[in-house]
Every structure is written in C-alpha cells, then in structure tokens.
Ligand binder design. Structure first.
Ligand code: S3P
Length: 169
C-alpha cells in the first residue's frame, strides 16, 4: 500500500501539466495542486525572482520539500525539472502514480519560446533546450508508469489518462 495516492503529472515545460492537471482533478473530484504556484505562494516570490535572488539550487530544494509535504489523493502538476534530485522519483513512486505528459520538442518549444516566466527557457538557446529535453525525456519515460501525448486536444489527453488509470466509464 502506498503512503499517499496522488497522481503526479510530469513532463517538459509547455507539456500542459497545469492545464490538464486542473481539468483532470475536476473530473476526478480531487484537489489540484500546482507545485510551482505552491512554491511562489510560500516564498512570496515568482519563479524568475526566486531563480535570480536565491539561485536555482534553492528553488530545486524548495520544489522537492514542497512536493514531499503534500498528503492525500491530489492531482499534482510538477515543474519540468522535478526529477533534479535522485530521491524525488522514488518518493513519488511510493506516494502515487507518475504520469508523463509528452509532446514533440518542436511543439513544446513553440509553446514556451515567448514565455519570460520560465528561467530555464529564457537562459537557453533552442539547441540547448533541445539537449535538456532529450535528457529529461529519457528520464521521464523511465520514471512514468503511464505516458500520454498532449499533442492533441486537451479533452482527448484527459480521456486517455482516465482510460489508463482505469477511471473512465
Ligand atoms: C522548470 C520548469 C518550470 C518551473 C521552473 C523550472 C524546469 O515549470 O518549475 O521554471 O527546469 O523545467 P513548468 O514545467 O511548469 O514550466
């Protein structure tokens, strides 16, 4: 028996973790938690402010701590770098189901290219981002019990998640 029964949405920036997470939670009548928002509220700073004033390492530590404090059966949209620390994945596996939301890099890049709220995207060239994507994609694939494409309609993604977790009627 797992300690908690969360649904963790993992995936690269722009994969739709927050949008899909909120709708999925609504469908399942579960509480939705956006991990980035939780950190911003706790730290009273935006993510870009946190990166520039306290550094990436601090943000990663807060991300990991905040995640591990969540109890119950929530739907949790994680940040794209959530697997930064090795022990985070084993914690997630002990506390719920890990779902990888994926799309091709070209699609993700289009979605995030103009966004100034993602420091990792802002500081990287397209080639650098693609390299990060390839590394993370391998890790996300290995980590996830369920993988679902978000290169389609939001409703279709949700339908596919519900089907894979056995909640579709
Ligand atoms: C990050 C992704 C962001 C946020 C932070 C770092 C990353 O979340 O946690 O800017 O390293 O990929 P999203 O995946 O929701 O954009």
């Amino acid at each position: 028996m797992k300690k908690n029964q969360h649904l963790f949405l993992i995936g690269f920036m722009g994969a739709g973790k927050s949008t899909i997470g909120a709708k999925l939670a609504h469908k399942l009548t579960r509480e939705f938690i956006d991990l980035d928002k939780t950190i911003e509220i706790a730290e009273e700073m935006t993510i870009p402010e946190l990166f520039s004033s306290k550094g990436e390492r601090y943000f990663r530590e807060k991300e990991s701590e905040s995640l591990k404090e969540i109890k119950g059966e929530k739907v949790i949209a994680t940040g794209g770098g959530v697997l930064y620390f090795e022990d985070t994945l084993s914690w997630m596996k002990e506390n719920g189901t890990v779902i990888y939301l994926h799309a091709p890099f070209s699609v993700l890049h289009e979605r995030i290219a103009q966004d100034t709220n993602r420091p990792v995207a802002v500081r990287s060239t397209k080639d650098q981002l693609e390299k990060i994507f390839m590394e993370r994609h391998t890790n996300f694939q290995r980590a996830a019990e369920i993988s679902v494409s978000t290169h389609c309609d939001v409703e279709e993604t949700i339908f596919n998640i519900l089907k894979k977790i056995g909640q579709h009627s």
